[in-house]
Design a binder for this molecule. Structure first.
Ligand SMILES: Cc1cc2nc3c(=O)[nH]c(=O)nc-3n(C[C@H](O)[C@H](O)[C@H](O)COP(=O)(O)OP(=O)(O)OC[C@H]3O[C@@H](n4cnc5c(N)ncnc54)[C@H](O)[C@@H]3O)c2cc1C
Length: 373
């Protein structure tokens, strides 16, 4: 309970607070198309709270979703999502579910509990199956926990290595995922819509994904320098969803268990151990683990490193492409990223990369106009 003095004291601060919230100057260029103020990120070494690295499970010819018979089991692969596994998880799992439901069974094992395994497990439960997850590590110790969480399937394949059949599967997965994620928007799953400002190179720069699939990138606008407060010439604005892994993945684990799912912590050393499982259908969502388990030598890591700054509630937009760097504002910190190292298996952060990420973002945001600062 508050006493009268406390109430009067708190009222005395109100005019001061509302004055702080008002812009001293500013125009339409200082707001997103949805009306959110564009505030500066405060980048300095003493605001750094952690630096982490993870390995994107990348295949130049794209992810694998297909069924194969092994002994008396049906194994359905669902792995190799590169830099787009959070984004595509529901979509490729939908395709995997369609393959599973063509069998006469009603019981399956899902290998892995990253974003892909969890969405596959939930879809199988929704289809009325009895599901057990088997996984070496659980959240927060998966690659999916390292992801930035922007809804956009980037670095998923190499254009010169893909077939038309894969591209059709990619688009189908993307469309299913786009729709599934919209059911999860809100604080419970940590998914929200957010403005993205993409810095394009040159005056005629393009963005492949939003150019090719404009229907999944709303509020797509080209911005001239006079239309935004950033130190850049050619900017493309789009809206995407952003999923916070630290909220989303535990909630998915809860949903799975509430629906009666069983979780077994277990590492499989090879395919023969997998085939000893009791379940007749096995959905393989082991990400990079599939290289060893199923002898897929095309699958390689692309190392990515992220530095987090203290959270800034007032920052609510994404920046992509500031010299290959990106910034996502999340409730667990301001995420600064921008490294892609092929075939690097080392998950130790590299201090030189950290320096480049912090310095690049500091220079960018210090040159940004913020009339409220
Ligand atoms: C720095 C960085 C930023 C990223 N940003 C984004 C982004 O913004 N948007 C986006 O969509 N994607 C992003 N990604 C990519 C995304 O993280 C991956 O594509 C995604 O996590 C893959 O999910 P997964 O479930 O297939 O694999 P994982 O999350 O790796 O899960 C694999 C599971 O399999 C288990 N497993 C593996 N081997 C075995 C075994 N032998 N026995 C038992 N269990 C096993 C593991 O324990 C784990 O539970 C980013 C990745 C990185 C590194």
């Amino acid at each position: 309970m508050f006493n009268r003095r406390q109430i009067l004291q708190s009222m005395a601060t109100l005019p001061l607070l509302s004055a702080c919230a008002l812009p001293r100057q500013g125009s339409a260029r200082n707001y997103t198309p949805s009306g959110m103020p564009l505030r500066r990120v405060n980048v300095s070494d003493d605001r750094v709270i952690r630096t982490i690295a993870g390995l994107r499970p990348y295949r130049p010819s794209g992810f694998v979703v297909r069924a194969e018979r092994m002994n008396d089991k049906v194994v359905i692969h669902n792995y190799g999502h590169g830099g787009g596994g959070i984004t595509l998880s529901w979509g490729t799992s939908h395709l995997a579910m369609e393959l599973a439901t063509q069998t006469q069974h009603r019981r399956c094992a899902v290998l892995g509990s990253g974003a892909t395994g969890l969405s596959a497990a939930r879809l199988m439960q929704n289809a009325g199956w009895e599901v057990a997850i088997y996984s070496k590590d659980l959240p927060p110790n998966t690659t999916s926990n390292v992801a930035g969480g922007q809804w956009s399937p980037t670095s998923v394949y190499s254009e010169d290595s893909v077939t038309p059949a894969f591209l059709a599967q990619f688009e189908s997965a993307m469309r299913h995922s786009y729709r599934y994620y919209q059911n999860l928007v809100g604080p419970k799953y940590g998914v929200r819509w957010i403005s993205n400002y993409m810095i394009l190179s040159g005056d005629s720069g393009t963005d492949f994904l939003s150019d090719t699939y404009p229907g999944m990138y709303p509020q797509r606008l080209r911005l001239a320098p006079s239309d935004h407060p950033f130190p850049a010439n050619n900017i493309l604005h789009i809206d995407t969803m952003l999923a916070e892994p630290a909220v989303y993945l535990p909630q998915m684990m809860d949903d799975f268990q509430i629906a009666g799912g069983k979780i077994v912590v277990k590492e499989f050393r090879d395919r023969s151990e997998v085939l000893q499982l009791d379940e007749p259908v096995i959905i393989n969502c082991t990400g990079l683990g599939s290289r060893e388990l199923f002898n897929d030598n095309e699958l390689i890591p692309i190392k990515g490193q992220l530095t987090f700054l203290l959270p800034q509630e007032e920052v609510d937009y994404i920046i992509i492409g500031n010299s290959g760097l990106y910034m996502f504002p999340r409730s667990d910190g301001i995420l600064l990223g921008g490294t892609y190292e092929r075939n690097n298996w080392d998950t130790t952060p590299d201090p030189q990369a950290t320096r480049r990420i912090i310095d690049g973002h500091r220079a960018f945001f210090n040159a940004m106009e913020d009339p409220w600062a």
